[in-house]
Write a protein that binds this ligand. Structure first.
Ligand SMILES: Nc1nc2c(c(=O)[nH]1)N[C@H]1C(S)=C(S)[C@@H](COP(=O)(O)OP(=O)(O)OC[C@H]3O[C@@H](n4cnc5c(=O)[nH]c(N)nc54)[C@H](O)[C@@H]3O)O[C@H]1N2
Ligand SMILES: Nc1nc2c(c(=O)[nH]1)N[C@H]1C(S)=C(S)[C@@H](COP(=O)(O)OP(=O)(O)OC[C@H]3O[C@@H](n4cnc5c(=O)[nH]c(N)nc54)[C@H](O)[C@@H]3O)O[C@H]1N2
Ligand code: SF4
Ligand SMILES: [Mo]
Length: 899
């Protein structure tokens, strides 16, 4: 029977409402919820393809336990699994103390899951060793808000983005990372063209498509920029003295500090023209309302806290806060990054925006939980945590809903740590991740569409997450796994006590948790599941008795500091930790692609989502390529002080010379060599402890790997991927991706110094279905060249080229077109490796994923004189989710250049 369940998208912090269409067992489609106030029915390319992701072959179905290092894991039932792990944790706690265990959790957990983990770690185990991937994401924003404004609360609403007269988007590529908000901004700017948009980003991203002014600053120079702007605002008298006097403190110190940041100096530090700096200050200083939006370009930095506060300084100096269209608005990355902060899921926090280091706060929470005291010893933050694990200090580690063996900087250290740790539990929805390899106990978690709870989005809005279908196999909801484990640990540690983890449903956790917010800045005591059901998602604070949520904070200009005043923070600009130098002359920047999510455990199961960018490529400025004599698509070796990685290079003229860009998504599963974080550094901000993921010094050089390999295979791609991946450890370069739409295929590219053993190749052929059946083969043993194609019903279903792969684009094209003609058969049986006729182009990327329109088709449309409306009408591109529109506009704008 056809049913619809309203829920929330499990990807980014915009928190779009989705309508899941299903039959009670399978999800068939996902639509935007027209009634949800975050998106009013819109979805981006990721949200709208949720039903295509989550291949069951990639999911975890049963608990698996390893009985000793080096052994394989075997299936085990839940009871035995949880008893075993409770034994291990109890043993470690008894022998080595509570701080010998640790929990590393995630902004993708639901508030109820988060709360359960927190109570488990702090009240039952008695450790503050509980940190989350938000350490890599939001912790600088937490520090920024708290020290500048007094509480960790983004004061704005999405409607402020539409209402603002001047928007400063800094270190955020919202066209890719918060697409539905970007759609809302595009529409608002179309309605009010006088609205001004400034983008500050070293790269010219799709977000710049909307910019009246783009400042391509030197990586990491934001603090200098903000102080430079402050200098001009002061000089020109564009500050709000009344606001400063009445509602802030610390202005004089900042004034003294920014005196040095004169336009000439700042223009040099940031490498932008003085005029652009002046123009930026003018736009901000004269705007009736001024809003800033920021994300990882500010937070992921050794100066992340300074960047956050220096930006907030601009709002305080101009009085641009607490009014419609104004305020410092940090965009949250993960769907429940906010919930993590609210429930206290960083090692230094406690539930209800409290501090673990504050004795009063500890007393309050301990009393509520009915325990004598909460632990005093500071907990480990993510970077220190993995270091301590590596040093053997952590005897049992619990990882849930995050993939540190891909996402944490300095991967060599992280992999070593995970291999060293005596007992690693991984609670995961997809058993394909890099971290799963290290699990001694692997616990299958229910995932999006299968679980109940709540999340808070960037604008403080609490939405419900609802289950539409049962979880596959024996997978269970995270809160329920956590609480079941906690009950078993209680029996071992405190057999005499009644259980504190006796929950049957997630709303019991929510209701218990919310009382801890009473009287705090985020007070959400008035909320419950039934109310959200009735009146829809609500923004906190929402104290008991409220009838609606709170759109905007600080409208009364009273800040949650001791004296009610907001604080100016005066800190000097500090350059990124790794400067370019002779051995490492390039700066590596890392970030998001439009259609992929982090380590790709979910998005990497949908072939369609590889249409926009098929494989991991290093982007370099054309000058830097020329200087190194690199050609498009050539394999290069990237080196940093910590590691190296081999992948193809591509020319990227959105970059400045001296900068390189690598998407963050490819880990060791998709790209041999531990992924981009093998290069990044663990250095972190002194206050927020957030690592510098955006700037690492690297060098790039050609690698000669003459023996090349290419394969494509349809059917059962996840299972084949799982089986084939280990066989490619022997190659120097190996990259996996998917292609196609209706008939998805696994694509493999690899290269090595010399041909592998023929037995190795045979094993690979077997898994590709090329050892028997309707297979055409040609081998030239002398030249180590071979080609094989399997043709069924006159269509290519599998193929591989070994030794030389020049024909790969042509063959992929034939596969895509679903034909296998006589020419193919002739080519197959000839010694030639080059394709007949034109080689076919490498560039068949899909620009518009919803309507399946290629870049080629758009280019032809433009050549035929179509404008954006014409392209939409004739090709259909950009008419559904709209994620591709900025790129199409860029192609249109480049047209004169191309002509
Ligand atoms: N498609 C997609 N969307 C996502 C995610 C995803 O994986 N995929 N993940 C979600 C999550 S968890 C997060 S945290 C957000 C991240 O969202 P964003 O922060 O918007 O995304 P990033 O691409 O990481 O980085 C943003 C920009 O910072 C720029 N940058 C680098 N260094 C500097 C600098 O020194 N100064 C300035 N001003 N800019 C700099 C980069 O060039 C990049 O364009 O995205 C969320 N949305
Ligand atoms: N170089 C570089 N590195 C970065 C960044 C960068 O910009 N550059 N960005 C950083 C940022 S901002 C972030 S947020 C991190 C993200 O890094 P991770 O947290 O490692 O990213 P994900 O791949 O989203 O990991 C979430 C995991 O949870 C699993 N999962 C999904 N749903 C569920 C569920 O319901 N329950 C459970 N138990 N598991 C589930 C998924 O399969 C996935 O493996 O990466 C950081 N790393
Ligand atoms: S913008 Fe896209 S990824 Fe983010 S919540 Fe909305 S649909 Fe999901
Ligand atoms: Mo994030």
């Amino acid at each position: 029977m056809h049913q619809t369940t309203a829920s929330t998208c499990c990807y980014c912090g915009v928190g779009c409402g989705v309508l899941i269409e299903h039959d009670g067992t399978r999800i068939h489609n996902v639509k935007g919820d027209p009634d949800h106030p975050a998106n009013f029915g819109k979805l981006c390319s990721k949200g709208s393809t949720l039903h295509l992701t989550g291949d069951i072959a990639a999911r975890g179905l049963y608990p698996e336990l390893r009985l000793g290092k080096g052994l394989a894991r075997a299936r085990i039932d839940w009871d035995n699994a949880l008893d075993h792990v409770a034994d291990r944790f109890a043993e470690a706690i008894r022998e080595h103390g509570p701080d010998s265990v640790a929990f590393y959790i995630s902004g993708q957990l639901l508030t109820e899951d988060y709360y359960a983990f927190n109570k488990l770690a702090r009240a039952l185990v008695g450790t503050n060793n509980i940190d989350s991937n938000s350490r890599l994401c939001m912790s600088s924003a937490v520090v920024g808000y708290k020290r500048s404004l007094g509480a960790d609360a983004p004061p704005c609403s999405y409607e402020d983005i539409e209402l603002s007269d001047c928007l400063l988007i800094v270190g955020s590529n919202m066209a890719y990372a918060h697409p539905v908000l970007f759609r809302r901004l595009e529409e608002a700017k179309a309605r009010r063209p006088e609205m001004r948009v400034i983008v500050v980003d070293p790269r010219r991203t799709d977000t710049c498509d909307l910019a009246d002014l783009h400042l391509a600053i030197q990586p990491g120079s934001d603090v200098a920029l903000f102080h430079g702007l402050m200098h001009i605002l002061l000089w020109e008298g564009w500050v709000d003295r009344t606001f400063i006097d009445a509602h802030t403190e610390g202005f004089e110190a900042l004034k003294a500090l920014v005196r040095d940041y004169n336009p000439a100096m700042v223009s040099e530090l940031c490498a932008i023209p003085v005029e652009a700096l002046q123009q930026c200050a003018r736009l901000i200083g004269n705007a009736p309302s001024f809003l800033s939006l920021w994300c990882m370009g500010l937070n992921q930095s050794t100066a992340g806290s300074a960047k956050n506060s220096a930006l907030i300084n601009l709002h305080l100096a101009t009085g641009q806060i607490g009014r419609p269209g104004a305020g410092p608005f940090s965009l949250t990355g993960q769907p429940n990054a906010m919930g993590g902060r609210e429930t206290g899921s960083l090692s230094n926090l406690l539930p209800g925006h409290r501090e673990a280091g504050n004795p009063e706060h500890r007393k309050e929470v301990a009393a509520y939980w009915g325990v004598e005291q909460l632990p005093e010893t500071p907990g480990l933050h993510a970077i220190d945590l993995f270091e301590k694990v590596r040093a053997g200090k952590i005897k049992a580690l619990w990882i849930a809903c995050t993939n540190p063996a891909q996402s944490v900087p300095d991967q060599r250290g992280v992999h070593e740590a995970l291999a060293t740790c005596p007992f690693v539990v991984v609670q995961e929805a997809f058993f394909t991740t890099e971290t799963c390899r290290y699990a001694d106990l692997l616990l299958p978690a229910a995932s999006w569409g299968e679980k109940e709870g709540s999340v808070t989005n960037s604008e403080r809005r609490v939405s419900r997450v609802r289950s539409a279908v049962p979880a596959p196999g024996e997978a269970r909801a995270d809160w329920s796994i956590t609480c079941d484990f906690a009950r078993r640990l209680e029996i071992r540690l405190h057999p005499e006590q009644p259980s504190r983890f006796d929950y049957q449903r997630p709303d019991q956790l929510f209701d218990e948790y919310k009382a801890l917010t009473r009287g705090r800045d985020l007070d959400l005591t008035g909320l419950n599941y039934a109310l959200i059901e009735r009146i829809g998602p609500q923004q906190w604070p929402f104290p008991d008795g409220s009838v609606t949520g709170t759109t905007r904070l600080y409208a009364n200009r009273v800040f949650p500091t001791a004296n009610g005043r907001a604080r100016f923070i005066a800190e000097h600009y500090q350059a990124p930790r790794e400067r370019r130098e002779a051995r490492y002359p390039l700066t590596l920047n890392t970030g998001r692609l439009r259609d992929q999510w982090h380590g790709m455990s979910r998005t990497g199961t949908a072939a369609q989502l590889f249409g926009h960018v098929e494989e991991a490529l290093l982007g370099l400025h054309p000058d830097d390529m020329r200087r190194r004599r690199l050609l498009e698509g050539q394999l290069v070796r990237l080196r940093s002080r910590r590691g190296s990685l081999i992948l193809p290079v591509t020319r990227d003229d959105t970059l400045q010379p001296g900068q390189a860009f690598l998407p963050m998504h490819w880990g060791d599963r998709f790209l041999k060599g531990l992924g981009c974080n093998v290069l990044t550094l663990p250095d972190h901000d002194p206050l927020s402890k957030q690592p510098e993921l955006k700037h690492a010094a690297i060098e790039v050089e050609q690698v000669a790997l003459p023996w090349q390999f290419f394969a494509l295979v349809e059917h059962d791609v996840q299972r084949r991927f799982n089986a084939l991946r280990p066989l490619f450890e022997a190659f120097d370069y190996a990259s996996f991706s998917l292609a196609g739409r209706d008939r998805p295929a696994l694509i493999i590219r690899a290269a090595a110094n010399q041909a592998p053993e023929s037995a190795q190749l045979q094993l690979i052929d077997q898994l590709l279905g090329l050892q028997e059946g309707p297979v055409l083969a040609y081998d030239d043993v002398q030249r180590s060249i071979g080609k094989r194609v399997r043709i069924e019903e006159n269509r290519i279903v599998s193929l591989r080229l070994a030794g030389e792969t020049v024909a790969r684009h042509w063959l992929k094209g034939l596969w895509q077109s679903g034909s296998a003609d006589a020419e193919l058969r002739r080519w197959l049986l000839a010694p030639l490796s080059a394709p007949p006729g034109k080689a076919g182009s490498a560039c068949d990327r899909t620009l518009c994923n919803c309507m399946n329109v290629s870049q080629q088709a758009v280019a032809s449309g433009i050549a035929a004189g179509l404008d954006l409306d014409g392209l939409k009408r004739e090709l259909g591109c950009g008419t559904s989710c709209g994620s591709c529109v900025p790129e199409i506009k860029r192609m249109l704008a480049r047209q004169p250049e191309l002509a």
